[in-house]
Design a protein around this ligand. Structure first.
Ligand code: FES
Length: 109
């Protein structure tokens, strides 16, 4: 049965406190590991396309490297501008050390 989830990475590819960019086709996905929990958000910032996986993590917030917008990686919510929108997220499924992502969610929009 097709669940719509696609393979993204192996769990061990990320250290705790690290963000890393991955691609599935044309989609660019930023995977973040915090306290052994994994979160996936779109890798292009909703403000002007900054590459989120090259930003800095501060707790559960990822700071865009271009203009400093902050997003909570757990739900994509913007916690500090200049972006005026939240960041799309992806549901994650982990099985036998492999990370799979579902369809992009724009719940916060
Ligand atoms: S591109 Fe991310 S804050 Fe501007």
């Amino acid at each position: 049965m097709d669940t719509g989830y696609r393979f993204l990475a192996r769990v061990e590819e990320l250290e705790n406190g690290q963000a890393k960019g991955f691609s599935i086709g044309h989609e660019k996905i930023c995977l973040v590991k915090i306290d052994e929990n994994l979160y996936a958000i779109e890798d292009f910032c909703s403000h002007a396309g900054g590459v989120m996986s090259t930003g800095v993590l501060d707790g559960v917030e990822l700071i865009c490297p271009l203009h400093g917008a902050r997003f909570d990686v757990r739900n994509g919510r913007q916690t500090l501008g200049p972006s005026s929108t939240d960041q799309p997220t992806y549901p994650i499924h982990i099985e036998e050390g492999s990370v799979y992502v579902g369809k992009m969610s724009m719940e916060g929009f």
